[in-house]
Design a protein around this ligand. Structure first.
Ligand code: ADE
Length: 247
């Protein structure tokens, strides 16, 4: 299994738990092979954006022969009920900045006849179960101070459409435009749909979980580093542990 993180903090937490990891450099990235909770894994930092994501996914499949990929990271919430501290488990992916119109319909990926790619249903169901379990315990573990400082209430797990593009969405005008254009979109990030396209090409199962770090609005940058450290990386370690221990 490949464990892909978008953030240094998340990868560091994973590597701390791998007793026997060995590193290998491919295409300018470091891949860590070893065991995590008894399972053979390859861990890597994806880099940011769709091109970095696509080359990482390709190397994982071609060079390391991974048979499934689990991606953890953060995203900006788009749909009204998707709040900071919630998690989104992707069922479908779409590139919100794909536009070859008028030759192809808006968002359609040329050559594929489609605009959305699917997450693997089985792996995604396992990941969603792990998230539900972790979210039940997380508020107590984080403590009142952290919860209050990020205005987090009872974190929820959402499943549905995740949209990706090569842009950090940080204005209310842009996030409203995305919601109007793609009303089913739950959250926005910068890599998921690229992973999904490569995994579709190779027939490799993919599951993606994103912790909501911001609302993709004018306040999207506020306290981002502290959220990654205090909330997101703790979520992802706990989710991966629960997922791998229940395999
Ligand atoms: N990842 C986390 N927040 C994001 C945002 N607002 N836009 C794009 N990617 C993100």
């Amino acid at each position: 299994m490949a464990i892909v993180s978008a953030l240094h903090e998340e990868l560091a937490a994973v590597l701390d738990l791998m007793p026997d990891e060995q590193q290998q450099r491919v295409g300018g990235r470091t891949y860590w092979r070893g065991h995590l909770y008894g399972q053979e894994v390859v861990a890597v930092l994806s880099g940011i954006g769709k091109v970095a994501a696509a080359t990482t996914a390709t190397a994982l499949i071609e060079r390391f022969g991974v048979q499934r990929i689990v991606f953890t990271g953060v995203a900006g919430g788009l749909a009204p009920g998707v709040r900071v501290g919630d998690v989104v488990v992707a069922q479908q992916f779409l590139q919100h900045d794909m536009d070859a119109s008028p030759i192809f319909p808006r968002h359609e990926v040329p050559g594929y006849g489609r605009s959305t790619f699917e997450a693997d249903a089985g792996l995604t169901a396992q990941l969603a179960r792990a998230c539900e379990q972790v979210l039940r315990e997380m508020p107590v573990q984080l403590g009142v101070d952290v919860l209050q400082s990020f205005a987090m209430d009872t974190p929820r797990c959402h499943q549905g459409l995740l949209v990706s593009g090569d842009r950090f969405v940080s204005t209310t005008v842009e996030s409203r435009a995305l919601c109007d254009e793609l009303p089913r979109a739950l959250a926005v990030e910068m890599e998921g749909a690229a992973f999904a396209q490569v995994c579709h090409d190779y027939g490799v199962p993919l599951a993606v979980v994103r912790t909501i770090s911001d609302r993709a609005d004018d306040a999207a940058h506020v306290d981002f580093p502290r959220f990654l450290r205090e909330v997101a990386s703790r979520y992802s370690s706990a989710i991966l542990e629960t997922l791998l221990r229940t395999q």
